[in-house]
Design a protein around this ligand. Structure first.
Ligand SMILES: NC(=O)c1ccc[n+]([C@@H]2O[C@H](COP(=O)([O-])OP(=O)(O)OC[C@H]3O[C@@H](n4cnc5c(N)ncnc54)[C@H](O)[C@@H]3O)[C@@H](O)[C@H]2O)c1
Length: 275
């Protein structure tokens, strides 16, 4: 089967890399026309050319730029069937900081294994600047809201549509060392359920994907040792592939999921057994 999204017009934010790129690729293979957004114009253009779609570079955290981009979608295409709110960042981390974090985690583990006392602590929250907090919330949460609002201006009158938001297992499990990322992802899951209830009678479905750890450029902030520790803690003993998430997005965007709204689908290798 390669027609699960036949004839649909989809816009994927952050489509120039990782999960977004895999989603654009699978969407196109399943018959969708894809509008590839990314902050990095060259990445959006590369993926758009590869999938035979259209590039739409803009910053999802810029309200005016988002409104302008969706107005162009309405003017050029007259409709929008699927929005995937996927753009995101990991906490900016230098290689030296990543090494330090790995050393801290290994030290904590060895202190715990030795029966304590634990004297190594992560002090991420007290050290976090306002700017780092705001940047994370603005790209993930504001960006998801801005794109959702503008997409609904097209979807509401057409009385049909589908929105897929990229959450994370971090939105429910939390994760030491990334309070801003976890807060943003938790908020996205709440936003998903609220908007899902609001637009359900317009035949618009809103769902989320909460990936586990997936091997993409986002995880370049982690050392190989840290990735190994994560794989070892994952029941499937490996990080996920971008395609593991792309297939979840294909399902949620397709009519196969016509009775599914307000849900969080979590391909995570068994890290969480329920969401
Ligand atoms: N990789 C994982 O393990 C993982 C796990 C759970 C959730 N996620 C989420 O999946 C999404 C995609 O992550 P990925 O792993 O593919 O990362 P990635 O870094 O490979 O791709 C993210 C893309 O988003 C783009 N982007 C960043 N800020 C943007 C902005 N303001 N406007 C438009 N585009 C912007 C980047 O340029 C990049 O191309 C993110 O929301 C991330 O939080 C990733």
């Amino acid at each position: 089967m390669a027609d699960r999204l036949q004839g649909k017009l989809a816009l994927v934010t952050g489509g120039g890399s990782g999960l977004g790129e895999a989603i654009c690729t699978r969407f196109a293979q399943e018959g969708a026309t894809v509008i590839v957004n990314d902050l990095r114009a060259e990445a959006a253009e590369r993926v758009a050319a590869a999938v035979g779609g259209h590039a739409a570079p803009f910053d999802v955290a810029d309200s005016a730029a988002v409104a302008d981009a969706f107005a162009k979608v309405a003017a050029n295409h007259g409709r929008l069937d699927v929005l995937v709110n996927n753009a995101g960042i990991a906490p900016p981390t230098t290689p030296a900081e990543a090494e330090d974090r790995t050393a801290q985690v290994l030290q904590q583990i060895s202190e715990l294994q030795a029966g304590g006392p634990v004297t190594t602590f992560l002090d991420v929250t007290v050290d976090m600047t306002d700017e780092a907090w705001r940047q994370m919330l603005s790209i993930h949460l504001d960006g998801t809201f801005y794109c959702t609002r503008e997409a609904l201006k097209i979807m509401n009158p057409q009385m049909a549509g589908c929105i897929v938001n990229m959450g994370s297992i971090m939105g429910t499990s939390g994760g030491a060392g990334a309070p801003h990322y976890c807060a943003a992802k938790a908020a996205i899951l709440g936003l998903t359920r609220s908007v899902a209830r609001e637009v359900v009678l317009r035949n618009i479905r809103v769902n989320a994907i909460a990936p586990g750890y997936i091997d993409t450029p986002l995880l370049e902030v982690m050392t190989p040792t840290m990735k190994g520790l994560i794989a070892a803690q994952t029941p499937m003993q490996r990080l996920g592939d971008p395609d593991d998430i792309a297939w979840a997005a294909v399902y949620l965007a397709s009519d196969e999921a016509k009775y599914v709204t307000g849900q969080t689908l979590s391909p995570n290798g068994g890290w969480h057994m329920s969401q």
